[in-house]
Design a protein around this ligand. Structure first.
Ligand code: ZN
Length: 116
């Protein structure tokens, strides 16, 4: 997400609240949503089946109860209280960071037919 401070646009991770330092890579979703490497690590480790239907902050899609997703709990300082990332977006980010040669990221989720 973005905020303005002293006329400067600050980009920060919706999931961890950390500001972008212009070095560490982050992945942008719809409507300015952002997830950092730190956030993605947490999402991979803590994603679980949801008891209620939800909307993903990154892709904006509605998901049924029972699908996997991650929501920071509690919301970190500076984080987006509505931030939620679906398993598809987690997988896509995992793959994207792997392909980014500037990023030291080893793929964490094994490829399958859908996410080769
Ligand atoms: Zn999503």
């Amino acid at each position: 997400m973005q905020r303005t401070e002293d006329g400067m646009i600050i980009i920060s991770c919706d999931f961890t609240g950390e500001d972008w330092d212009e070095v560490q890579p982050m992945i942008e979703g719809h409507q300015g949503s952002i997830i950092s490497l730190v956030g993605l690590n947490l999402a991979i480790d803590h994603a679980c089946e949801q008891s209620q239907k939800f909307a993903c902050t990154m892709c904006l899609r509605e998901h049924e109860a029972g699908e996997r997703a991650w929501k920071p709990n509690p919301t970190p300082q500076g984080g987006n209280p509505r931030a939620m990332i679906c398993w598809d977006c987690i997988r896509q980010a995992d793959r994207s960071f792997t392909k980014d040669s500037d990023t030291d990221w080893d793929r964490k989720i094994a490829p399958d037919e859908r996410w080769s």
